[in-house]
Design a binder for this molecule. Structure first.
Ligand code: ASP
Length: 338
């Protein structure tokens, strides 16, 4: 009999209409999810932990650390863990858990739903059944089980707020595809031994999505106000304005202040190529670090965690090194442009 640890953090899956009947509110977890969907018990014996009951819009980095700590301590007693989580922030949490739990020898499966489990037309039941099934497979990764797929967590992003097929990992094939059977992909990471849990994370970062008209003084003001790291979601292959409203002086100012600036692409299927255009090349000269083809979610999580671990006085070196290579398949290895 398989053993599964099911951790609840909240999200639409267990929500119910509130008093005004238009707003969904956090569900009542005294109503056991397993009572709603008893068939889950045929997949394995399931132990439940109710860690939070939040709309994931209220998740914070300290919640990631609490969640990762529980998984780190308890996963050894189970075949895998299922985390019920809101869809809005799921890709951020999945990315953070990947870096907080680098040593895994069994699956950590996040799932949720676009419609609550109590509704007739819901994706909750199928996603939960799939998640519990994946938790019994030899897939030692943190990932998202949604709409008949299991996606690498640190490659995933929420692309759809309406359809049931809400998540994609545009630059990484699914780890598992579920049809009549389950196909486990060959690029699943091998099992890694878990080390000691490291809870250090520095949430004092800023993400700036470039747009024409962005005032560089606002980015400079963020550096003055004590931000520790910046993710620039740049155009296309990492392009950054370098003429009117040039961001280059702000990037140089950040680098001089030991504030790493990581550049990722706004395109879902994009990689930064910091030598291709003059703007991107000037950004690299000013000290910008390429985030390669990482998602914004993964770049933010990796930045927070590497900032948390950087030795004093060595922040730039430490963070630059962390972004130089993939730790857990979060970026492609052989980007010709890096
Ligand atoms: N707002 C909800 C959440 O992220 C949406 C969902 O779960 O689908 O918690």
């Amino acid at each position: 009999m398989h053993k599964i640890l099911m951790i609840h953090t909240g999200g639409t899956l267990m929500m119910r209409p509130g008093r005004d009947s238009t707003t969904l509110e956090p569900g009542d977890y005294t109503r056991d999810l397993l009572a709603e969907l008893p068939i889950l018990r045929t997949i394995g014996s399931i132990d439940t932990r109710i860690l939070f009951n939040l709309d994931s819009g209220d998740m914070q980095p300290h919640h990631w650390v609490e969640l990762a700590q529980v998984i780190h301590d308890e996963l050894q007693y189970y075949d895998g863990a299922v985390i019920v989580h809101g869809t809005d922030v799921m890709a951020y949490t999945a990315s953070a858990l990947s870096f907080l739990l680098p040593g895994l020898d069994r699956p950590v499966v996040l799932t949720g739903a676009q419609r609550p489990i109590f509704e007739i037309r819901t994706d909750a039941r199928a996603n939960l059944v799939d998640a519990c099934h994946i938790a019994t497979l030899p897939v030692p990764e943190v990932g998202i089980a949604f709409s008949s797929k299991f996606l690498r967590g640190c490659r995933s992003t929420k692309l759809d707020a309406w359809g049931f097929d809400a998540f994609a990992s545009p630059l990484c094939q699914p780890l598992v595809e579920l049809g009549l059977g389950a196909i486990v992909a060959p690029h699943v990471l091998p099992a890694r031994a878990a080390g000691a849990f490291d809870p250090r994370i520095d949430p004092n970062v800023l993400c700036v999505r470039l747009f024409p008209g962005l005032q560089p003084s606002f980015v400079s003001a963020a550096i003055d106000s004590g931000v520790h790291g910046i993710v620039l979601t740049a155009y296309g292959a990492g392009n950054v304005p370098h003429l009117e409203n040039s961001l280059i002086p702000s990037i140089r100012k950040a680098t001089d202040a030991q504030v790493p600036v990581v550049v990722v692409s706004q395109c879902a299927r994009g990689a930064t190529e910091l030598r291709l255009y003059a703007g991107a090349s000037a950004a690299a000269e000013a000290g910008a670090i390429s985030g390669g083809d990482m998602t914004t979610e993964a770049a933010l999580a990796k930045l927070m965690i590497s900032l948390g671990r950087a030795p004093e006085g060595k922040v730039m070196e430490f963070v630059t090194n962390a972004f130089r290579r993939p730790l857990l398949g979060e970026m492609s290895k052989d980007l010709p442009m890096r």
